[in-house]
Design a protein around this ligand. Structure first.
Ligand code: ZN
Length: 466
């Protein structure tokens, strides 16, 4: 449903007024923006499309929006612009993580983590840490698929510029028939009938959820009930899917986005199912790197868990708990099936790519060992390993993800009129996608944030340190 159509539907329902504001992706962050135009000059520009790079590029933005894109010889730079020198670097759209959890830190055990959290009082502290880490990793927008209702106010605080963090699109608690013992009750809505599924979907939307997440254990009728109710107000339904029977239900019900499906740990799916998903152009967000790529990377280089940045990011007691959860990480229950999962991945990680599916990019960060600081480049690297080219993955993580979130009008590519969500990366990700680990500068909503190593020149005058 188009935005204006949706607004019209809601005109007579005052209860939905909140929703009209919360689904608007632009935001009031003037306070964080420089009060002059900014020109990023001399970098290799990847504009989000699967196109040739623009060399020696110029990108100008002002008041939170991109005003000009081109090359030095054909782009006018306003006289009063502050120049950011992007020589030796790549300029590209801010990354969008289409499946993440902002309440998580990468702690080794969900059970211990939620026990440590001890109710929901400290959840804002955890979310604040993750929000900053995502920004530092170049993630300027994220879809949170499963959090207590506290995330609604947290989303607004980021939007108002009170907390540095990515623009959030959120589901709130997920809908399921199974009570998942590991998570606190606030994370799940347990239903017993399709009628209840529809009713709880309506309540989530009225409270401010941007999308609906359905988890496991649902019947075919449940999927239909949720989808029909959500689509009345143009809200998309994202399904957590592994089981082929549930995938079939989700296809038939018209679920909008398939999450985790083909996340590599499962045995391969049959060709007919893959072909149908590809031909129906249902977006697939695989989340393949967590576990399958992250585990061997940690075995090879356990030092990654002890990056001093985590100590800097976290209050002492949270850091102590975080770091102690990595002892004997090979015994973590989250990794128990890793042998079989790794063997499955040899076929299943690449299945959707080979079938020609509509590929988004999501990380499931910060699942165990899968920290927000690294999750996106690891997922993008895993997708390159599985058959996509670097430019395809970059376009999927920016342009396609914006499409999946229904925000392409404002985000996902670098072109005049769009919101200024831009990252500057040290090096050439087309040669080696893993240079996305070196994000120097992050521009979100026109506000400039810089890493310590990029703290030079005018950037320090107009920007904010991470
Ligand atoms: Zn998840």
């Amino acid at each position: 449903m188009a935005e204006n159509e949706r607004a019209a539907t809601m005109k007579f329902k005052p209860i939905f007024l909140f929703l009209i504001f919360t689904t608007n992706v632009s935001s009031a962050q003037e306070v964080l923006r420089p009060d002059v135009p900014v020109a990023i000059v001399g970098g290799m520009l990847l504009d989000g499309y699967e196109a040739e790079p623009i060399h020696h590029s110029v990108v100008v933005f002002e008041n939170g929006r991109i005003t000009a894109v081109g090359q030095k010889h054909n782009t006018v730079i306003p006289d009063n612009a502050v120049i950011i020198d992007a020589g030796g670097k790549t300029v590209m759209p801010g990354l969008i993580d289409a499946h993440m959890h902002i309440d998580l830190t990468g702690h080794g055990s969900y059970e211990r983590y939620y026990e440590f959290m001890g109710g929901m009082e400290r959840i804002d502290e955890f979310m604040t840490i993750a929000a900053k880490q995502m920004m530092r990793a170049g993630v300027t927008s994220g879809l949170d698929l499963g959090a207590p209702f506290q995330i609604l106010e947290f989303r607004e605080r980021i939007r108002r510029g009170e907390i540095p963090g990515p623009r959030l699109t959120v589901s709130g608690p997920w809908i399921t028939r199974l009570d998942y013992d590991t998570v606190p009750d606030e994370y799940e809505i347990i239903i017993k009938s399709p009628r209840e599924a529809a009713q709880r979907t309506r309540e989530l939307i009225e409270r401010g959820s941007d999308v609906i997440k359905v988890w496991v254990g649902l019947t075919k009728e449940d999927y239909v009930a949720v989808v029909n109710e959500a689509h009345k107000t143009g809200v998309k339904v994202h399904a957590h899917l592994y089981d082929p029977v549930a995938i079939r239900y989700a296809i038939d019900a018209g679920v909008d986005v398939f999450q985790h499906v083909g996340s590599a740990r499962n045995p391969p799916y049959d060709d007919a199912l893959l072909s149908e998903i590809a031909h129906k152009n249902i977006p697939v967000v695989q989340t393949i790197a967590h576990r399958i790529w992250v585990y061997p990377a940690t075995v090879a280089f356990p030092e990654r868990l002890y990056d001093p940045v985590y100590k800097k990011d976290m209050p002492a007691d949270i850091y102590k708990e975080f770091i102690s959860s990595f002892e004997n990480f090979h015994r973590l229950s989250y990794m128990h099936g890793i042998g079989q999962e790794t063997r499955n991945a040899e076929k299943s990680a690449s299945q959707f790519i080979e079938a020609g599916a509509y590929m988004g990019v999501g990380t499931d960060a910060a699942s165990p060992l899968n920290m927000h600081t690294e999750a996106m480049w690891r997922e993008m690297s895993a997708l390159v390993d599985s058959g996509m080219t670097p430019i395809q993955v970059i376009s999927a993580a920016t342009k396609t993800n914006a499409e999946i979130l229904g925000q392409f009008d404002e985000l996902g590519t670098i072109e005049p009129g769009k919101l200024a969500d831009i990252i500057i990366v040290d090096g050439n990700p087309l040669r080696n996608i893993e240079v996305l680990d070196y994000v120097d500068i992050v521009i979100k909503d026109g506000g400039v944030w810089y890493a310590e190593r990029a703290a030079y020149g005018p950037v320090t005058e107009i920007g904010h340190a991470f």
